[in-house]
Ligand binder design. Structure first.
Ligand SMILES: C[S@@+](CC[C@H](N)C(=O)[O-])C[C@H]1O[C@@H](n2cnc3c(N)ncnc32)[C@H](O)[C@@H]1O
Length: 530
């Protein structure tokens, strides 16, 4: 571990994820839907990301909107990568390699409308947590939003002794020079040997065996062994092997942030906002009198056995009046992100599989299937053109539901975006498609989403070919994709099974080409990507 790491593991670089909860447009959507006044986040607004990792989120948000983003991460390799991405799009973003304490004291920072930290809080020292609280107190504007994600106790409590064992074993028994994969494999072997002794702790809490399997990434059945090779070395090391692991409760965090004068507004996960699919009638009855208090969230976490929270806090939250709320909701815009034929009308939930009422969801999907960005007011008016069939509140709930898995996304109309923002997104996307050495980046920037969307490897290849040969026919595109995807004995998987027959492989790839030409390409155009 390096001297500057403050107990944080810096020998394994962080993953290249994008998180929409940090997107000001998404923040606005969620808070408005819950009746809170939200900063404008228009051009000139300022936002800050603490611990941006590889910088995918901060870059995508700075690239695709007029918001001025500032951020820091003390790992220089990651900052280097983040700056490389920024340069590809000439992205106006300030990326520092300061530790939190030094960054917090910089005299050259503005006050912020949004301060965001994802995957940071639970793995840093109490002193660094205090630095962040003080930073939010001083630098978040009144009315500004804090986004923070963190582990909580109910869901993680059982894992505490396991995490303690893994960390202690790692420190005392695994050679410091072992690489990340070897370390995780050695720890997995140790845990397997331990489980093999059928310890009383497991007898007392049998579900723990399954939880350990989940953490180490192998089935809990069969020979009972777990982690025959952890599924995600980065996750395991980041989650369990850092010096600090804070799994306290929602109310503990909320009370600490009281010193920064911020109050809890709502969850940043739309799924958590849909009580009907998460809470039984008895749950709702028990929780009703607790609404608006910290105990509501703490109890709810206990009911749902929550492990990880993503929350929005506001400095001086202000509830919108019914008329203001209606007005604000009317202005929100959306785009469908999934071809209508692929939209699923079921959703996994705590209460089992929820079936989305087709009479409500079908017309919305059909209407939005042209990938046109529409405001809430426009959607409501078009759906109810002849007679009122969908009430305002049902539409809002349906939009929240469709946003859970990204079927529908908050958006802005392309013609309302500064042309300079559109130009730099396109510059970045073209550069990314041309620079194969940045293969870790699986996202393209969209001025319509004011953020990013993920691109599968197959669609990336198709896009690359199409950009080189704009007039290519479908059949030649299929041929080229097959040549690339099946070269050098490469195989394909479908539903987790290898496909070996050439005809079947070609059929699968042709389906992908059709999906790309019919839906993905028009969607990418609608998103102002290319
Ligand atoms: C789990 S990663 C999350 C990265 C990013 N937020 C994401 O979710 O993709 C935590 C990040 O915080 C950074 N970090 C940890 N302690 C820090 C400190 N004291 N000062 C600055 N950065 C820190 C690490 O380098 C790492 O990139």
């Amino acid at each position: 571990m390096s001297d500057w790491s403050m107990g944080y593991r810096t020998d394994v670089l962080y993953t290249y994820g994008y998180y929409r909860e940090l997107n000001p447009l998404f923040v606005k959507f969620v808070l408005t839907s819950q009746g809170y006044a939200c900063p404008d986040f228009g051009p000139g607004a300022c936002a800050c990301e603490l611990g941006f990792g590889q910088g995918v989120s901060i870059n995508m948000h700075a690239m695709s909107s007029g918001v001025n983003w500032y951020g820091t991460d003390f790992n220089p390799s990651q900052v280097n990568f983040a700056r490389t991405i920024a340069q590809l799009g000439s992205c106006p973003v300030t990326l520092k390699d300061d530790d939190f304490a030094s960054f917090a004291q910089r005299p050259d920072l503005p006050d912020f409308d949004l301060i965001a930290l994802h995957g940071i809080w639970s793995w840093i020292s109490p002193e660094n947590q205090d630095v962040i609280i003080d930073f939010v107190r001083r630098k978040l504007k009144v009315g500004g939003v804090l986004y923070i994600s963190y582990n909580v106790s109910p869901g993680f409590m059982l894992m505490e002794p396991v995490r303690h064992l893994m960390r202690e074993f790692d420190q005392e028994m695994v050679a410091a020079k072992a690489n990340a994969d070897e370390r995780v494999a050695t720890i997995s072997n140790f845990i397997n040997a331990l489980l093999g002794t059928n310890p009383d702790t497991i007898k007392a809490v049998p579900i723990l065996r399954e939880r350990i399997a989940g953490a180490l990434g192998a089935p809990s059945s069969g020979d009972g062994k777990v982690g025959a090779g952890a599924k995600d070395t980065h996750y395991l090391i980041g989650e369990y092997l850092n010096t600090y692991w804070d799994i306290s409760h929602f109310s503990t965090l909320a009370e600490r942030f009281d010193a920064a004068k911020v109050s809890f507004a709502c969850s940043a996960s739309p799924k958590d906002l849909l009580d009907s699919i998460n809470l039984s009638a008895a749950d709702q009855q028990l929780l009703a009198p607790l609404k608006g208090k910290n105990i509501y969230e703490t109890t709810r976490d206990f009911i749902v056995n929550r492990q990880f929270r993503r929350d929005y806090f506001i400095k001086g939250p202000m509830a919108l009046s019914p008329a203001q709320r209606e007005h604000e909701v009317d202005q929100l815009c959306f785009i469908l992100m999934t071809p209508p034929s692929e939209v699923k009308y079921t959703m996994e939930s705590r209460l089992g599989e929820a079936h989305l009422m087709e009479s409500i969801y079908h017309p919305i999907v059909e209407l939005m299937g042209d990938f046109k960005v529409r405001s809430f007011a426009e959607i409501l008016a078009e759906l109810n053109k002849d007679q009122v069939t969908i009430a305002r509140q049902n539409l809002l709930e349906a939009i929240l539901t469709l946003s859970c898995n990204g079927t529908l996304s908050p958006a802005v109309k392309l013609d309302s975006v500064d042309p300079e923002v559109v130009a730099r997104c396109r510059k970045f996307n073209h550069a990314l498609l041309e620079h194969e050495h940045i293969a870790q980046m699986k996202f393209l920037a969209s001025p319509v989403l004011q953020g990013a969307f993920s691109l599968s490897d197959v669609f990336k290849v198709l896009l690359q070919i199409k950009l080189q040969e704009p007039n290519i026919t479908r059949d030649v595109l299929c041929q080229k994709l097959c040549d690339i995807a099946l070269s050098n004995g490469k195989t394909l998987n479908k539903d987790g099974k290898p496909i070996t027959k050439r005809k079947e492989q070609e059929a699968i790839l042709s389906e992908q080409v059709d999906l790309f030409l019919k839906h993905s390409l028009p969607l990418m155009e609608a998103m102002g990507t290319l």
